[in-house]
Design a protein around this ligand. Structure first.
Ligand code: AMP
Length: 281
């Protein structure tokens, strides 16, 4: 496995690989790897000859009062996990390498980025769209792999790639959970044991919604209220949003028809967890 810290270095390496006719898969991450990330790597390995894993805690997608500084980082640990999973190249640039002194170009995806996390984290998806554009331009992968854990992010990136004619296939991969249902996240390390236990209310609420739908509930407002009340029963839960929106454009709806996204963002102490499920009548 090769570790590249500069754009020049990774471009040079990929030029040779491309000239050998090999396909390239990109797995963008912010590091502090867990099984969710490694499941993306497995998918990438199945579909592509060479897998590039990027590790970059992207400052432009964090708000001023968010956890950019505190975000967990451990490149040595990540490199061991990545090598064991069969990653060929790690691209781990510094913030200065990605955002030079006079940086002033941003990618803004409207519509699908404006609800859910786009509403509660202003500027977040502009940062995501900008850094993913940069990564796609630097690596020029045949395919890039993203987790459904960040469902809205996948929708934003698919919209952007289609709108801007970017020449990469976007592949989305199911959520990986702990055995008790908590979705894996690098931020889970912040949780106290009590908060960790309280966090399970998210998975329970998603299951409750699935059950209600299976029993014929089609009224979006009633579904949303049932999920919200379930979460509010957990004293450590501080709800950011509970929303049910139609796919693929995250439009508002009143009755369940086709596929809809149930998306949750809830704080436990200082840690904001997100989770989601696709519901279908
Ligand atoms: P992050 O490092 O949190 O920015 O995540 C990097 C990629 O891994 C994103 O595409 C995430 O959606 C994906 N990811 C994170 N957690 C999970 C999970 N539990 N299951 C599947 N994919 C995940």
């Amino acid at each position: 496995m090769r570790l590249c810290k500069t754009i020049e270095e990774v471009r040079l390496l990929l030029k040779t690989i491309r000239s050998e006719g090999k396909s390239i898969g990109l797995v963008p991450t912010m590091g502090y790897l867990h099984q969710g990330h490694l499941s993306l790597v497995r998918q990438a390995k199945e579909r592509c000859d060479v897998v590039v894993l990027s590790i970059f805690v992207n400052p432009t997608q964090f708000g001023p009062n968010e956890d950019y500084e505190a975000y967990p980082r451990d490149l040595d640990r990540d490199a061991t996990l990545a090598a064991d999973a069969g990653v060929n190249i790690i691209f781990a640039p510094t913030a200065q390498e990605m955002y030079t002194r006079f940086f002033s170009s941003y990618v803004n995806v409207t519509g699908v980025s404006e609800s859910l996390c786009g509403k509660s984290r202003p500027g977040h998806f502009q940062g995501v769209a900008t850094v993913v554009t940069k990564l796609l331009n630097i690596i020029q992968p045949d395919a890039a792999f993203f987790g459904q854990k960040d469902f809205q992010q996948v929708l934003v990136i698919k919209r952007m790639v289609e709108d801007l004619n970017m020449n990469t296939e976007i592949v989305d991969v199911p959520i990986i959970r702990e055995p008790d249902g908590l979705a894996l996240s690098s931020r889970n390390v912040y949780l106290s044991p009590g908060e960790r236990k309280a966090g399970l209310v998210l998975f329970r609420s998603l299951n409750l919604a699935q059950e209600l739908v299976a029993n014929g509930e089609k009224d979006i407002n009633r579904l949303r209220t049932a999920v919200l009340n379930n979460i509010l029963e957990e004293p450590l839960a501080n709800v950011d949003y509970v929303e049910i929106l139609a796919l693929p454009n995250l439009t508002k709806i009143e009755h369940l028809s086709g596929k809809v996204l149930l998306a949750l963002a809830v704080r436990f102490g200082n840690t904001r967890l997100i989770d989601n499920a696709v519901l279908e009548a």
